[in-house]
Design a protein around this ligand. Structure first.
Ligand SMILES: [Ca+2]
Ligand SMILES: [Ca+2]
Ligand SMILES: [Ca+2]
Ligand SMILES: [Ca+2]
Length: 430
């Protein structure tokens, strides 16, 4: 089974395209050497000492570090092929590889047609995960591999490394969700290899940098440094909070340390301007479930925090969508452990009014994203990315679908639209 393909032409969508289930189980099955050996050898295997390594015979262990290797026979026997670069055609090795070992450090995507081609009724691919010496897999004949693509993350077998993001220009400046200031809301997506990508809204992705997996929280909502450009806040594994000042083009200048000790916080949410002083603020929830506001000073730092409330550790997601109910005060969305989504209307004084229930079933979402008005009608919208419990046509397992909810301006939204591109196998969207 293949992933849903993304239309390549502008914003045109095929609304009737049914998303296919982007689950690894739908692919050509990966068979491990150990599983096959156990099935074939049966009782004989039980006589072997448990500690006999799989590569005792040489075989798969002959594949050098940094290479993908294939063999004409099972278990690393026969002639050995090796490559450290992608190969759109395999020449004399076409349809000859039976066993393989992937020691590239990334993923190997193996296609049954040349040029990584998935078209036609039979186009398919399998994957070989990053492996250690002596590990690998094989399948009985017939051999079928005709092209091999080497990538960092599994989703790159048939998708770009970043989330494909589409948005329209808003009639008004939202003041957040727009790193390059063109009134088209944009996103940052982090892939599983720790690379950060800027999605300007035309489906493309611009590489920002690597090493972002060391960050345990990322959040953005407006300008903290006072230069009118949106910034990014990031907390690293040691609890340091950093500001990455936006350069107005979707990436960032040299980071500056805001403070330490932030790993006691279980949530960090750039909230917009909660206290109506024209400067964007920060919400943080501590391990006891207390929610704090850190008022921004407009120079990349924060004033003395104030307690907003307690009991917030029942919430499994906090999102700052801007002003959802058209009173010009920034609001907050929170999902509780039962999957109910609540709106907390901002009162403009750093607190929230009585919450209202928006909907249920939101625990089928692995992430919520709010970057302003994304469909160009002037009202703030909401986006959600599904987890493995999401149900389509009675079947769960639709992981990584992107749903967009058009805001009504009254704290509610229209029925969701399923976007065409899959956000499967990413490590966060901001
Ligand atoms: Ca933009
Ligand atoms: Ca403020
Ligand atoms: Ca509001
Ligand atoms: Ca909108």
């Amino acid at each position: 089974m293949r992933h849903a393909r993304t239309p390549g032409t502008g914003r045109a969508r095929n609304e009737t395209a049914r998303p296919t289930r982007p689950a690894p189980s739908g692919r050509r099955g990966r068979r491990t050497l150990r599983a096959l050996a156990a099935a074939a050898a049966g009782a004989a295997l039980a006589l072997l000492p448990a500690a006999v390594p799989a590569h005792a015979a040489g075989g798969l262990g002959a594949c050098p570090t940094g290479y993908f290797c294939g063999w004409t026979g099972p278990d690393g026997t026969g002639a050995m092929f090796k490559t450290r670069t992608s190969m759109p055609t395999l020449g004399s090795w076409n349809n000859r590889i039976l066993s393989r070992s992937n020691r590239t450090g990334g993923w190997a995507c193996m296609f049954n047609q040349p040029n990584y081609d998935l078209s036609g009724p039979d186009g398919t691919y399998g994957t070989e995960q990053p492996e250690r010496s002596g590990e690998g897999s094989w399948e009985p004949p017939p051999a079928w591999i005709s092209s091999i693509k080497l990538v960092r993350t599994e989703r790159e077998c048939d998708m770009p490394p970043y989330g494909e993001w589409w948005a329209r220009k808003s009639p008004a400046t939202a003041g957040f969700g727009d790193l390059d200031g063109n009134r088209v809301p944009d996103v940052l997506s982090r892939d599983l290899a720790g690379r950060l990508w800027f999605g300007p809204g035309d489906g493309s992705g611009v590489y920002v940098g690597s090493g972002w997996n060391q960050m345990t929280a990322l959040t953005r909502h407006g300008d903290f440094s006072g230069d009118g450009r949106e910034d990014l806040l990031a907390r690293d594994g040691s609890g340091k909070l950093w500001i990455y000042p936006g350069n107005g083009r979707g990436w960032f200048g040299a980071r500056k340390l805001i403070g330490t000790g932030w790993n006691q916080m279980t949530a960090l949410v750039a909230s917009g301007d909660m206290n109506s002083d024209g400067r964007d603020d920060l919400l943080a929830r501590d391990g006891s479930g207390r929610l704090w506001i850190y008022p921004g000073d407009g120079h990349g730092r924060y004033g003395a925090r104030k307690l907003i409330g307690t009991g917030w550790n029942q919430m499994t997601a906090l999102v700052a969508p801007g002003d959802l109910n058209s009173d010009h005060r920034d609001d907050l969305l929170a999902r509780d452990g039962s999957g109910r989504l609540w709106i907390y209307p901002g009162d403009g004084h750093g607190r929230y009014g009585a919450r209202k229930l928006i909907g249920t079933g939101w625990n089928q979402m692995q992430a919520l994203l709010a970057v302003g008005d994304t469909d160009g009608n002037g009202r703030a919208d909401l986006h959600a990315f599904t987890n493995e419990t999401y149900v389509v046509d009675g079947s769960p397992g639709f992981l990584g679908l992107h749903l967009s909810f058009s805001g009504t301006g009254h704290g509610t939204w229209a029925a969701p639209v399923t976007e065409p591109a899959s956000w499967w196998q990413l490590n966060g969207t901001y």
